[in-house]
Write a protein that binds this ligand. Structure first.
Ligand code: NAD
Ligand code: MLT
Length: 528
């Protein structure tokens, strides 16, 4: 079966070669779709690749019944409804590194154009005006550049601006004084940066917290004559407040690559001679476009062919060497989750997962997601996956806790899942035996050794002579063949467990007849 890939923003042809070079990828490029047309078309596709133009809203995602992955060829994912994608189990990947250099170079080009009024002078000359007095600029040397957001691009801009002999002062919630010292730049609070800077450049994502980060109050704090640069995202600067700050001469100039509304045909900021602008060109270089398209194409191919992606946005990224260690446990974790939810037969309120031995030394979040996936799939169906498992558990009010313990009970690795329901606490432990695959080794407090696959029957009974035989005969009457059997008990004549693997699914009415035996407390059929 081919995978259907839809590309709705212009992407570099060289960049999508990884998709073209993979078998069974049916690629459709349509960059002129209206939102309504996309909402209809999206149902047929497994993957969607976009830049910043396509708005992947919750309405589009709701209609995307086959969509598995959204690839954003670029950094910012503010055009994708991440919550909706997560809820629908759609992984979102981006290309965080491919355009860093281009965006930093564009920012420097904007800072230099702004300081020397190059676009304005060029425009005048094109209009046959030779005016040397009007376009007197300022030097960058010894001026202070305030960098708000010192991530990939902010750091690159800072290091380039040092080359222009500028003093740098930066604010980023993750920046420490030590790191700033190491980078040879100044460190300040946002207020200190705004107060000290002659030029301010923003490089944060657009988030609730950064929306209108530079607003009327922020402009008040700044030096008179400050110049502002935004090559990050429209909306980080309040455009109305910037307009007023330029009119009042508080701000001497602004260079904008991004806008609150894009694309636009009229924006009153562009009527001001102090404002220079480009139409979201920060990442528009041949190199960056190729890099980002290659990165997302690789992740889309990897994901659709069953591998782990490099740049997930709505899943924590786990380094490959750690992934290699934990991948073999994915199946065990999911099976333990499914086993336990069938065993309890009740709604889980709390899930506690205990990782012991080798597993206590690695990143276990992907295993937790697989366990919860197994637990939820029974009732929510196959749309539960690694992406939405924890989100759905939270929405259902199930608390999920990870614990690491050193006690291995003799196993080199042990994964124990405990489910608490309103009336009960049940648990199951599993291990991965070297070269022999996964095993269930404990159910509640009973020791067993069962491969978690196929049809399993868990029977709680009283330890009495003849019970096992009578159970065998009853199953035989229903033409149910026993493949394996494990028995354990708490004490002689006390509570006991029989765990059988059988060759076919046991129907409800057959289960009822098994429960009629006097010594039987409970029988549960589990299909893994
Ligand atoms: P990044 O994630 O590496 O860096 C963002 C930084 O912002 C982080 O260090 C983060 O800690 C910091 N931050 C978050 N909230 C903050 C706050 N309230 N105050 C100060 N700092 C805060 O991202 P990046 O790759 O450097 O990209 C930065 C921005 O540039 C993004 O918005 C991205 O979409 C945009 N971008 C634009 C273009 C373009 O074409 N114009 C190209 C590439 C990236
Ligand atoms: C990004 O966030 O990567 C940029 O805005 C570039 C783009 O729009 O592709």
């Amino acid at each position: 079966m081919p995978f259907h890939i839809l590309i709705t923003d212009p992407l570099s042809e060289e960049g999508i070669q990884p998709l073209r070079n993979t078998e069974n990828m049916n690629i459709v490029i349509d960059t002129d779709l209206t939102p309504e047309e996309l909402a209809v078309k999206i149902a047929d596709f497994d993957a969607l690749l976009v830049r910043s133009q396509t708005q992947v809203t919750s309405e589009i995602i709701r209609k995307a019944s086959n969509l598995k992955i959204i690839g954003r060829a670029g950094v910012g994912v503010d055009n994708i409804d991440l919550d909706a994608a997560t809820e629908h189990g759609i992984i979102v990947v981006n290309a965080p590194n491919g355009n860093t250099n281009s965006a930093a170079e564009h920012t420097m080009a904007m800072i230099m154009s702004l300081s020397r009024k190059i676009p304005q002078a060029y425009n005048a000359l094109k209009n046959h005006q030779w005016d040397r007095k009007k376009y007197v600029g300022v030097e960058l040397k010894d001026k202070t550049l305030g960098v708000v957001g010192l991530g990939r691009i902010g750091s690159e801009v800072a290091s380039r601006a040092k080359g222009q002999r500028m003093n740098i002062i930066a604010y980023d919630p993750f920046l420490t004084e030590e790191r700033a010292d190491k980078m040879g730049i100044g460190y300040g609070t946002i207020e200190e940066v705004l107060q000290a800077a002659d030029f301010i450049t923003v490089h944060t994502p657009l988030l609730k917290e950064t929306k209108h980060l530079l607003n009327a109050d922020a402009f008040q704090t700044m030096k008179k004559g400050v110049q502002i640069v935004n090559c990050a995202r429209g909306g980080i600067i309040d455009e109305e407040a910037l307009y007023e700050a330029i009119l009042s001469k508080k701000v001497a100039g602004a260079a904008l690559d991004v806008f609150e509304e894009e694309p636009f045909l009229n924006n009153k900021l562009l009527e001001l001679p102090e404002v220079i602008a480009t139409p979201h060109l920060g990442a528009s270089t041949i190199e960056a476009q190729e890099n980002v398209a290659i990165d997302v194409s690789h992740d889309v191919v990897t994901f659709l062919t069953g591998g782990s992606v490099k740049n997930p946005v709505n899943l924590p990224s786990v380094p490959r060497e750690i992934m290699n260690k934990i991948e073999p446990y994915f199946n065990l974790a999911e099976k333990l989750g499914s086993f336990l939810i069938d065993l309890t037969g009740e709604v889980a309120e709390e899930v506690n997962i205990f990782y012991s031995g080798d597993l206590s030394e690695v990143e276990v979040a992907p295993l937790t997601r697989n366990t919860v996936k197994g637990l939820l799939k029974r009732h929510l169906g196959d749309h539960v996956n690694d992406v939405n498992a924890l989100y759905l558990a939270e929405r259902k009010g199930i608390s999920v806790n990870e614990n690491k313990t050193s006690s291995t009970k003799g196993f080199t690795n042990l994964l124990t899942v405990e489910v608490r329901t309103k009336s009960d606490v049940r648990k199951v432990s599993g291990t991965l035996l070297n070269g022999m695959g996964p095993r269930i080794v404990k159910v509640d407090n009973y020791s067993v050794d069962v491969t978690p696959v196929g049809h399993i029957v868990v029977i709680h009974h009283q330890d009495q002579p003849g019970v096992i035989g009578r159970m065998g005969s009853l199953l035989a009457q229903h033409h149910i063949n026993i493949a394996t059997m494990q028995v354990d008990r708490s004490d002689i004549g006390g509570n006991a467990i029989m765990m059988l693997t059988v060759d076919k699914h046991i129907e409800e009415k057959e289960l009822e007849t098994l429960k009629e035996l006097e010594e039987i407390y409970d029988v549960t059929a589990i299909n893994l």
